[in-house]
Ligand binder design. Structure first.
Ligand code: ADE
Ligand code: ZN
Length: 331
């Protein structure tokens, strides 16, 4: 959180799709650069379409807008624009998702996607540390996920983990057990979106069948007492994205978000931004949303930020040092 005149609360961003930072102005700029014809009159027309009814209604426009990302430079500019925002947001470390299948399917080589993102990460390394999490699209066949993992093998020194995203309902984690097994054997950290729109059983499958170290969203876990007890016992991180949940209708309003109940149940929750160019704000705006909409005070905000570092894949001494900085904020 930013309070005038004081430094922002230090935090880690663990649930951010880099393609979800593609701002409407950039969509138009890149479309001009590459002569891509857009089905929108202008930036205002595009922004006016960002009124979503559910996850799929968002994904349709999210994937369509990606058509403007063509070259290594485009990916570098996208990630640079995001990383430039991090210091003001208090973000000290990012583990960013990317969706290679959405680009390789359009003919963009994996080397340009990863190369562009890592060019930006290296250029901003003095201000913020960053890692990449390669997401498999769960609404595509598991065989495509396997081919994507193979295509990424030359770049694994720059990739910290694998994730599972896209349309959730009807695409349970169990279908991706084999590819996650291969990814774990390659030393990649496994995470998965589960319990965003899907039932608590998907969260259980992510744990049991994919061996995930973190659950992305996981808000519907709260419907299952036994699952909550397990997640609390194991301190399994849940990366919660309040503005996303409101904008996609996963919760009826910020005041009804289950985050207070999740914290009270002893769950290891942290707050993140998901697709900030589409959902009305970056991570600090998500912290402001839980402060203003749920009445969270400095104690709760510090807990969320400490959890974000402790849930990261940073090495233990760095994790602990950054968590301590968050613990001391405003004290
Ligand atoms: N890809 C980008 N944002 C997503 C979300 N909120 N859920 C699933 N897949 C996504
Ligand atoms: Zn997400």
């Amino acid at each position: 959180m930013t309070t005038t005149g004081t430094p922002p609360l230090p935090k880690a961003e663990l649930h951010l799709h880099i393609e979800g930072t593609l701002e409407p102005e950039t969509v138009f700029e890149l479309a001009r650069r590459h002569d891509v014809e857009l089905p929108y009159a202008d930036v205002d027309d595009l922004r006016a379409r960002y009124s979503f009814t559910d996850l799929q209604s968002f994904l349709d426009i999210y994937y369509a807008n990606m058509a403007v990302l063509r070259t290594r430079e485009d990916f570098a500019e996208l990630a640079s624009a995001y990383l430039r925002r991090c210091p003001d947001q208090g973000v000290r470390h990012v583990e960013m998702f990317f969706d290679p299948q959405a680009h390789t399917a359009r003919g963009v080589p994996m080397s340009d996607v990863v190369g562009g993102l890592t060019d930006a990460i290296d250029a901003h390394a003095g201000d913020v540390s960053a890692g990449l999490i390669l997401c498999f699209l769960r609404d595509q066949p598991a065989a495509d996920a396997e081919a994507t993992l193979r295509a990424a093998e030359p770049f694994l020194d720059r990739i910290v983990g694998v994730g599972l995203d896209s349309a959730e309902v009807g695409h349970p984690p169990s279908g991706f057990a084999a590819v996650f097994g291969k990814a774990r054997a390659l030393g990649l950290e496994p995470v998965a979106h589960a319990g965003e729109e899907g039932p608590p059983s998907y969260v259980r499958e992510a744990l049991d069948d994919l061996g995930v170290r973190r659950v992305d969203h996981g808000i519907r876990a709260i419907e299952d007492d036994e699952l909550v007890a397990r997640l609390a016992r194991d301190r399994t991180p849940l990366t919660v994205c309040p503005l996303s949940n409101v904008r996609l209708g996963a919760v009826p309003g910020i005041g009804l978000h289950p985050l207070p109940e999740m914290l009270a149940a002893g769950l290891n929750v942290s707050v993140h931004s998901d697709d900030p160019a589409y959902f009305g704000g970056y991570v600090d705006e998500n912290y402001a949303a839980v402060r203003d909409g749920l009445g969270f005070g400095d104690d709760e905000l510090r807990t969320l930020a400490v959890n974000s570092f402790e849930s990261s894949f940073l090495d233990e001494p760095t994790r602990t040092a950054l968590a301590d900085q968050a613990r001391r904020w405003h004290l």
